[in-house]
Design a binder for this molecule. Structure first.
Ligand code: ATP
Length: 433
């Protein structure tokens, strides 16, 4: 059975994810991405960006700052409402988020059921801009990237000749001082978000909401997550964020909780643009040429954390077989695409030939990164590559020296085929396409 502990252990020993500040005992809810984690996260972000921005002619990208004028957060309602209910166990004095306590309301630490009255706790990290620490210099690390999109709405409309419906997409860090962190990258305090604000005509809200629900669900499935592990869940009115009139989560069947949010899709209406226009005195409307008048668009927002998505991709790809553990990651997401091995490390002819093939493949951008491994025996090398999800391993053996062929081993079937070196790059390209 796939457990989170197995994923945490694999990702630590294979260099995907390390606890933050580990040599000092760590820091709650903060993780660092290791060499393979940065590749995997990068591939997830690229796949999202390609699907959302590059393949569509009505969505553009943005990269706004983490720090923003404090007025942004006052106006957006985050200072007032971006809070979770906090309760303290009267027995052990640990604090928890009241709305996600276990069903029996027993303290996850000491097992007692004796809580203080919940109080709302704001999740934004506060900081100061400049050398004076007073109210006027106060601001927050952004808890979502969306506000950077709303405050740049005018800039994008004026520079990009966009026509409604159109979207602005952004990938960037978000910070939330979560009361209870845990379940690995599922709930952390610093994380990357991939957010799209899709601006629409109000009367198209339902249609566009449905469209994005399907698009986002299909994205996860197209990258290998099994259909049966995904579902939609409509939020009840009491659950929705202060800005939303409708919210649907794409939920994943996590091993540590039955179903839980993977991605949120919300109808944020014209709440943010209207509030910022009023507070800033700037015109954040859109000129509807057909109707010949100004209007403030509604917005549909699909929003997902890179780390939360990465956790789902890893869990879904994790397989234990008779004599190996294998991450059956989609080739697009795999942190290493190909590994090249000389059959034996102590045969200079083999090593030289293998090096030339490694060089050949590293000139092909599509196939990068290519790993080189000449340690231990071939079985161990396959085992190591299976654990990190490398789709193909190329072995250079004695036959290579005779007929210029190599073997390609398929990660999922473990089957090997022999291919002429001059056809190798093309064959691999086809396998990845
Ligand atoms: P939750 O109910 O789980 O606290 P939320 O409803 O506050 O989440 P949203 O504001 O909808 O979350 O955030 C959008 C997405 O960002 C989530 O679907 C999730 O993928 C990611 N996300 C939110 N909070 C965290 C976190 N603390 N750690 C990691 N990812 C997060």
């Amino acid at each position: 059975m796939t457990t989170l502990e197995k994923i945490v252990s694999l990702t630590k020993r294979r260099g995907f994810v390390f606890p933050g500040s580990e040599i000092y005992g760590g820091i709650g809810g903060i993780y660092d991405l290791g060499p393979l984690g940065v590749e995997l996260a990068g591939n997830i972000k690229t796949a999202w960006w390609e699907n959302i921005v590059r393949k569509r002619d009505n969505i553009v990208g943005l990269d706004s700052s983490i720090l923003m004028n404090q007025k942004v957060w006052q106006t957006s309602g985050h200072v007032e409402s971006f809070a979770d209910p906090l309760t303290e166990c009267k027995n052990c004095h640990l604090r928890f988020r009241e709305d996600i306590l276990p069903k029996d309301k027993k303290c996850p630490n000491c097992g007692k059921n004796n809580w203080t009255k919940p109080q709302m706790f704001n999740l934004m990290f506060k900081t100061h801009i400049g050398p004076v620490e007073d109210k006027a210099s106060e601001t927050y690390l952004r808890p979502e990237t969306a506000q950077g999109i709303f405050v740049n709405f005018r800039n994008v409309v004026d520079t990009m000749r966009v026509k409604l419906p159109f979207g602005i997409a952004q990938i960037g860090k978000g910070f939330r001082n979560e009361i209870t962190t845990g379940n690995f990258l599922f709930r952390v305090r610093e994380f990357e978000m991939m957010e799209l604000e899709y601006f629409i005509f109000k009367d198209q809200s339902e249609k566009d909401f449905d469209y994005w629900q399907k698009e986002r669900m299909n994205w996860f499935i197209s990258l290998g997550i099994k259909k049966q592990n995904l579902r939609f869940r409509e939020h009840k009115e009491t659950e929705r964020a202060h800005y939303a009139t409708r919210s649907v989560d794409i939920e994943y069947n996590w091993p540590f909780m039955e179903w839980g949010e993977l991605e949120g899709i919300a109808n944020r209406t014209d709440f943010d643009l209207t509030a910022h226009a009023k507070a800033s005195g700037q015109d954040l409307s859109y000129f509807d040429e057909e109707k010949g008048k100004k209007m403030v668009p509604y917005v549909i927002e699909p929003s997902v954390g890179v780390g939360r998505a990465m956790t789902a991709f890893l869990i879904d790809a994790y397989h234990e077989e008779k004599d190996r553990i294998v991450l059956k990651l989609h080739p697009k997401l795999a942190p290493v695409k190909i590994a090249v091995f000389p059959l034996l490390a102590n045969k200079p002819d083999l090593v030289k030939k293998a090096r030339s093939i490694y060089q050949l493949l590293t000139t092909n951008y599509q196939l990068l990164p290519v790993a080189w491994d000449d340690r231990g025996n071939i079985g161990k090398r396959y085992y190591a590559q299976d654990e990190i999800g490398t789709p193909f391993c190329i072995t250079i053996d004695f036959q290579t020296l005779e007929d210029d062929t190599v073997t390609i081993r398929d990660r999922d079937t473990t089957k090997q085929e022999r291919v002429k070196i001059d056809k190798l790059a093309k064959t691999l390209e086809e396998k990845f396409s």
